[in-house]
Design a protein around this ligand. Structure first.
Ligand code: ADP
Length: 417
């Protein structure tokens, strides 16, 4: 038999074994996969007991799988033994620890499997008291009987390991669910995109046909049916707008490419697009010296455009519209506010307006699809931020949202199926 090379006890470590066990609990609780757990446990099992080797064994049906080890010479890493033919199987089946001072004097030991190793003494404890799922072994090259305190520490390590393994399983399950959810979200937005895209063409035909019919009818007939024909054309136009909004909304997930952008430029583009509505309403727009942020440029245009066009639309006829666009540093982000002195929103509706198709006014007064603010919320959340409104009826509304300066890892695109 090969002679042991050295013992693993590190004299420079001055902390007590109990302190060392306490110190690895946070490390274990952060482990997200089996390899990290086994890596920590095999090292700590040796440290706590001063053993010359440690193994991490997992139950695999009716076999014991020696998943990992840390030892002065090779043991059984990667091998499987029948439960009935090895000490780890005995520990798991009886749910009791095993302490063996001389392995050649104990019938539970398959001597053949030990003959090529350095092992003379061992201690082994089950992982999980109820229905054990594995075991941790500590091995000595010289005859050794671990103190009761060492055994208690080893069992405590096994109990922490059991919790860590349960966390790993939960985390794996959670990740599988996140992937499934991302896929289903992606498929849903693809579906919405295709459906709204395919609706656009027949709607265009309905609208054009109604207009052509109106133009081609003899004057008397055209007058008689004018109202009916305009209902058809208006209805088709509204549906076209709705389909366009749905298309834009469905595309958001697939078209998220953040980069560093200048929000002054975003405001300039939006003001240019809305120039007729701005001049018609005689609105005054004031803007801070807006900062650079990490965001998708096209989505920022949609976000600012929705907020500004709402401010223009829901203005109070009794006073000149004033819109203030402000930016303030927040906690690791920038807080933007688009504030108007328009009609305002009753407190009980302020949360609901960010949901799909939530509108507070009849179409003929304030036309719209009811998708503007839900699109804003989706954009802000894709960027890892929040959006909310503060408003007082008859005084005005203030829409605020947060955006990061830096790439938002939480907001990375969910574009992959
Ligand atoms: P839309 O503008 O198409 O109706 P939105 O989702 O953009 O849909 O807005 C939802 C509702 O929130 C609006 O119908 C309106 O009642 C209210 N709202 C949005 N912005 C403002 C605002 N600046 N001032 C007052 N009400 C607003």
């Amino acid at each position: 038999m090969e002679q042991p090379k050295s013992s693993c006890r590190d004299p420079s470590v001055s902390r007590s074994p109990a302190e060392r066990l306490l110190a690895i609990i946070p490390e274990l609780s952060l482990a997200r996969d089996l390899a990290s757990v086994t890596g920590i446990v095999r090292r700590v099992a040796r440290e706590l007991t001063g053993a010359d080797g440690a193994t991490f064994v997992l139950r695999d049906g009716e076999h014991c799988y020696y998943a990992d080890e840390d030892a002065i010479a090779p043991l059984w890493k990667g091998k499987r033994f029948p439960m009935k033919a090895c000490i780890s199987g005995w520990v798991m089946q009886t749910r009791k620890p095993a302490v063996i001072e001389d392995i050649y004097q104990d019938d539970r030991i398959p001597r053949e499997a030990y003959r090529s190793t350095f092992v003379r003494s061992l201690a082994m404890v089950p992982i999980r008291q109820e229905h054990p799922i594995g075991a941790i072994g500590a091995y000595w090259a010289q005859s050794h009987r671990p103190a009761a305190e060492e055994l208690v520490l080893l069992q405590m390590l096994a109990d922490c390991t059991s919790t860590a393994l349960a966390n790993v399983a939960l985390y794996r399950e959670l990740q599988a669910k996140v992937v499934a959810l991302q896929r289903s979200n992606y498929e849903l937005s693809q579906f919405a995109w295709v459906a709204s895209h395919d609706l656009a063409e027949p709607l265009r035909m309905v609208r054009c046909s109604a207009e052509m019919l109106h133009a081609s009818l003899p004057c008397e007939l055209a007058q008689k049916n004018a109202q009916l024909l305009s209902f058809i054309a208006d209805g088709a136009e509204r549906l076209q707008n709705l389909v366009a909004s749905l298309l834009a909304h469905a595309r958001l997930d697939c078209q998220y490419s953040p980069t560093e952008i200048d929000t002054r430029e975003v405001l300039r583009i939006v003001s240019q697009t809305l120039r007729f509505a701005i001049s018609e309403s005689k609105a005054e727009i004031f803007a801070d010296d807006l900062p650079r942020v990490w965001a998708d440029p096209a989505q920022m245009v949609i976000l600012f455009q929705n907020l500004l066009s709402n401010a223009l639309k829901f203005r109070d006829a009794g006073r000149r519209l004033r819109i203030d666009v402000q930016a303030m540093p927040g906690d690791g982000c920038v807080l933007f506010t688009v504030k108007d002195n328009g009609i305002g929103i009753e407190p009980q509706y302020q949360e609901g307006i960010f949901d799909y198709f939530q509108r507070l006014h009849p179409q003929d007064r304030y036309p719209g699809a009811g998708l503007g603010l839900s699109t804003c919320r989706k954009i802000v959340e894709l960027h890892g931020g929040h959006i909310w409104v503060e408003s007082e009826p008859g005084v005005g509304s203030s829409f605020s949202f947060s955006l990061g300066h830096q790439p938002a890892h939480a907001a990375q695109p969910a574009t992959e199926a």
